[in-house]
Design a protein around this ligand. Structure first.
Ligand code: XBP
Ligand code: MG
Length: 265
């Protein structure tokens, strides 16, 4: 039985990555570093999950002769970046992606538990939630973020942390992701994954997802189906997820299209 939904953050809950990119550039400028990560470079750097790891990779590959001094400065760079990111999210009121708030509300109304499993730092999650939910809403039962996991995605650690916090088995949950590394991480944790491609994962392979769509869809604003399971009306809703998950447990499960509403008890 489906008991929980687990959401990635960056690119899945909201289109955050370009704010991360701008925040890195703001931190570089504050520290007098003559660096500028444009969209093309950042898209390449996003193959490295984790902002601190991404920065270390950039230093090692682009500035190897000053690496020791720059690695010593990296914690300050990343701390300033996190402050800048939080300010940008607050200033911009960055919205959630289509269908995210709707599906979360449907799931909570049906008594499912909901978690976040993200590579990003916890303060970034808190800022995004504060910009999109009332202070007392607490939409997530569990938030597994950043350095709480021993290894970052594509390792399964952060999804395993979320499952443990939810106290559910991987077979009782569905994960939502936007990137190749995120899908790999969730799959390695044993979770079925629904992929919603995002701005910075336009070229990513979404293999391993049981369904890939442009977004979760909204009434009157259907998503584009990309691969795998199809959704009537171009909307991923809880009723459809429950029907799909129930069908998995039937002989010959794993339907290619969410069936019509059944008389679910
Ligand atoms: C995306 C990431 C994060 C952000 C930057 O995480 O890889 O590193 O790009 O945030 P996810 P930090 O898709 O798992 O939400 O600088 O705090 O890492
Ligand atoms: Mg992501």
């Amino acid at each position: 039985m489906l008991k929980a939904l687990i959401f990635d953050v960056d690119g899945t809950l909201a289109e955050t990555e370009d704010l991360h990119r701008q925040a890195f550039n703001r931190a570089f400028a504050e520290l007098g570093l003559p660096w500028h990560w444009d969209e093309a470079l950042y898209a390449n750097l996003l193959t490295v999950m984790g902002g601190k790891e991404r920065l270390a990779h950039y230093i090692d590959t682009q500035h190897p002769y000053e690496a020791d001094a720059l690695h010593a400065l990296a914690p300050e760079i990343h701390a300033r970046k996190t402050v800048a990111y939080g300010a940008q999210v607050a200033e911009s009121g960055l919205p959630l992606r289509p269908g995210v708030a709707r599906l979360i509300a449907e799931a909570r109304a049906a008594g499912l538990r909901i978690a976040v499993a993200t590579t990003t730092s916890r303060p970034n999650v808190d800022r995004l939630l504060a910009a999109n939910f009332p202070p007392d809403a607490a939409p997530f039962d569990v938030i597994a973020a950043g350095d709480e996991a021993n290894r970052k995605k594509p390792a399964p650690d952060v999804f395993l942390l979320a499952l443990a916090g939810l106290n559910v088995a991987a077979s009782e949950a569905v994960a939502f992701e936007d990137s190749t590394a995120g899908i790999s991480s969730a799959r390695a944790a044993g979770l079925p994954v629904l992929a919603t491609r995002s701005r910075y994962t336009d070229s990513h392979r979404l293999d391993g997802a049981f369904s890939a769509v442009s977004d979760l869809g909204e009434p009157g604003r259907p998503h584009r189906h990309l691969a795998g399971l199809e959704w009537p009306g171009g909307i991923v809703d809880l009723a459809g997820l429950l029907r799909w998950h129930d069908a998995l447990e039937e002989p010959g499960g794993s339907p290619r299209r969410v069936g019509p509403p059944s008389t679910r008890s």
